[in-house]
Design a binder for this molecule. Structure first.
Ligand code: 6PG
Length: 467
């Protein structure tokens, strides 16, 4: 009884992941409290010498070869601690626990320190790609002990998505590096989704595009430089008929977006680090505004929207493509910038080129653009911001004009484009050698003697401002 890999939590993700492990020639053993899920896995696995499962923890642990490699795919939070405590009495020193959920990174650091005392290796490994990804090849973002990673590596490399043959998994760094990277992945995901929804709004309201035309347009874009998982599924969403009533499903879906917290954590932590990620911030705020449906409906009655100015449809579509490309770049730039800073702050020693590389396939934010981002960071791992990479200058210059036009159109026509305008403002501010914040320094010194620095002289200054 020596199975190669153990997995706790046989929900959709867990079941799919373990079947993926088995498909790749490793024997795998599952564990879940729920007998039904245990039986479902055994039935689906077919051959119990390859995939087996039990609801009993001792049997589960006893069936694994040492050092045991046990992955948890259970909801983030308390459950992770409960599962760990349930496993502990049965484990031996050197065994490895891998948390594959979206755990908050400080929880991972706490668990790692706790398990280290007991001689157990702990990995926080973000897994992206949804249920399909887990089954066919996700992107995996592991962080933890480099030495212990050698035991997990062959399995993860086999089950992960491949980009031109290269596995979408790599050892990312110590401690919670893997969870942190996955958190920022999700922040970027929020930004890209918000931007896509704004462009949809614009095409529909200003351009009058039907769902069929939206399907076509996003489909065309997906064949070009915007090629990405999110653009691809967006195209497919517009083609989906409703099976409960007549018409297209997208039009029947309530416009309130839920969230489980990873995008918000990205924003919160960016604030702590002092790194601006405005496109991600606004994506979180928009989910919050979306939740205020009743208030929005009332306010909609109180205020008129301007009459829409007419646009030339083909030109709108072409500008929308450019603006989406521009704002996608800004979103990745912000996320990568946050990773660079977090790496210093938390001692992760992240290789940004490696991260972009394992995001090229399998994960939700996979995109053709990530091949260029990978090259930019491989050329210079100390690149402070993607916008400073010579390889991005032309891409941005070519598309920023369209972003300006659409932001202006949205502003004068009452179509909210907060993600796009924040992306543009981020660009304009980041590329301003001189900002008006000298005035803020003057104000601070005026009312509170907070002091200021000067352009022309070294040192700290204070002025007795005249009333
Ligand atoms: C992934 C996703 C996934 C996340 C969903 C939902 O990479 O596969 O990021 O981990 O749970 O995207 O997130 P929200 O419920 O917060 O939108």
């Amino acid at each position: 009884d020596t199975y190669d890999f153990g997995l706790v939590g046989l929900g959709v993700m867990g079941r799919n992941f373990i079947l993926n492990v088995a498909d790749n020639g490793f024997t795998a053993f599952g564990n879940d409290l729920d007998e039904e899920k245990v039986n479902a896995l055994i039935a689906e696995g077919g051959d119990t010498s390859k995939v087996n499962a039990t609801s009993d923890v001792a049997t589960f642990v006893g069936a694994l070869s040492t050092p045991r490699k046990i992955m948890l795919l259970v909801p983030a939070g308390k459950v992770v601690d409960l599962v760990i405590d349930g496993l502990l009495p049965h484990l031996d020193k050197g065994d490895i626990i891998i948390d594959g959920g979206n755990s908050f990174f400080t929880d991972t650091d706490r668990r790692e320190a706790y398990l280290q005392q007991k001689g157990i290796n702990f990995f926080g490994a973000g897994v992206s790609g949804g249920a399909k990804g887990a089954r066919k090849g996700p992107s995996i973002m592991p962080g933890g002990s480099r030495e212990a990673y050698q035991y997990v590596k062959p399995i993860f490399e086999a089950v992960s998505a491949k980009y031109k043959g290269e596995p979408c998994v790599a050892y990312l760094g110590p401690k919670s590096a893997g969870n942190y990277v996955k958190m920022v992945h999700n922040g970027i995901e929020y930004g890209l989704m918000q931007l896509t929804s704004e462009i949809y709004d614009l095409l529909k309201k200003a351009g009058g595009l039907t769902n069929q035309e939206l399907h076509q347009t996003f489909g065309d874009w997906n064949a070009g430089r915007l090629q990405s998982f999110l653009v691809e599924i967006t195209s497919e969403i517009f083609a989906q008929k409703d099976d409960l009533a007549d018409g297209d499903l997208v039009d029947k879906i309530l416009d309130k977006a839920k969230q489980k917290g990873t995008g918000k954590w990205t924003s919160q932590n960016a604030m702590d680090l002092g790194i601006p990620v405005p496109t991600i911030d606004i994506a979180v705020s928009m989910r919050e505004i979306s939740a205020l449906k009743d208030e929005r409906v009332k306010a909609d009655d109180l205020y008129d929207k301007p009459e829409l100015t007419s646009v030339v449809k083909d030109s709108l579509i072409s500008k929308a493509e450019q603006a989406l490309y521009f704002s996608f770049i800004m979103t990745y730039a912000q996320g990568m910038h946050q990773l660079a800073d977090a790496s210093k702050e938390y001692g992760y020693e992240l290789q940004l080129g490696e991260i972009a590389k394992i995001w090229r396939a399998g994960c939700i934010i996979r995109a053709e653009l990530l091949a260029d981002i990978t090259s930019a960071f491989q050329a210079d791992n100390n690149l402070q911001n993607l916008l400073l990479s010579p390889s991005f200058v032309d891409k941005v210059k070519e598309t920023v004009g369209a972003a300006r036009e659409l932001v202006a159109y949205g502003a004068s026509n009452g179509i909210p484009l907060p993600g796009l305008s924040n992306a543009l403002t981020y660009f304009d501010a980041y590329t301003s050698g001189r900002l008006p914040l000298n005035l803020i320094q003057a104000q601070r010194d005026y009312f509170g003697s907070h002091t200021y620095e000067r352009l022309d002289k070294e040192g700290i200054f204070h002025t007795e401002w005249e009333d």
